[in-house]
Design a protein around this ligand. Structure first.
Ligand code: HEM
Length: 165
């Protein structure tokens, strides 16, 4: 009887461990998709401004390409939120007490807001190209939001890995 209970307990632990590792796998996949597309989108955006004003066809192609990235980033952030909440559920909220996690949650909210802002600005850039107007200051604004977003992601990585407490 005792041995049976022990086996049941071991199976339960292993199941939770597998779910935990799977959630961490989804979490890391979400990080790669979200931060990866933000970085590529930033590079394409820089290329766009270099082409804008000299090569309209190239600028239009680049703006068309980058217009999809914020949605893919949103998908990555969705994976992060779902897997993160599930890790918290499996660990009974243990990480919630820790300093790194509390700071991280503030930064995660900023990442979500800035992703929405970048999405709006990318739409404005597209409108600007099709209407052939030069929206002064738009380049500086878009570049600034991308740089802030990349710094936020890097800071969250440091918090997630070093877990200051
Ligand atoms: C922009 C969103 C997010 C990013 C970039 C991010 C990034 C990270 C990184 C880099 C790690 C370290 C992974 C490792 O140690 O292998 C981590 C761990 C973790 N994250 Fe997130 N995360 C995000 C959102 C969330 C959310 C919304 C939650 C919970 C509601 C969450 C909960 C956790 C937990 C509990 C861990 C520790 C897992 C462990 O060390 O075993 N994360 N995250």
């Amino acid at each position: 009887m005792k041995y049976e209970k022990h086996c049941q307990f071991r199976v339960k632990i292993e199941k939770t461990m597998n779910l935990y590792l799977f959630s961490l796998f989804v979490h890391i996949t979400g990080i790669s998709v979200a931060a990866g597309t933000t970085f590529v989108s930033f590079l394409v955006n820089r290329r766009f401004w270099q082409a804008y004003g000299t090569n309209r066809v190239k600028a239009l192609t680049l703006v068309e390409l980058s217009s999809r990235f914020p949605r893919i980033t949103g998908l990555g952030i969705g994976l992060l939120l779902l897997s993160g909440i599930y890790i918290m559920y499996l660990t009974k909220g243990a990480f919630g007490e820790q300093l790194w996690f509390r700071i991280k949650m503030v930064l995660v909210i900023l990442v979500i807001i800035i992703n929405i802002v970048i999405n709006i600005l990318e739409k404005r850039v597209k409108g600007m190209v099709t209407a052939e107007v030069n929206a002064a200051g738009l380049q500086r604004k878009v570049t600034t939001y991308y740089l802030v977003q990349l710094v936020l992601f890097l800071t969250i990585f440091v918090l997630g890995v070093f877990k200051f407490n």
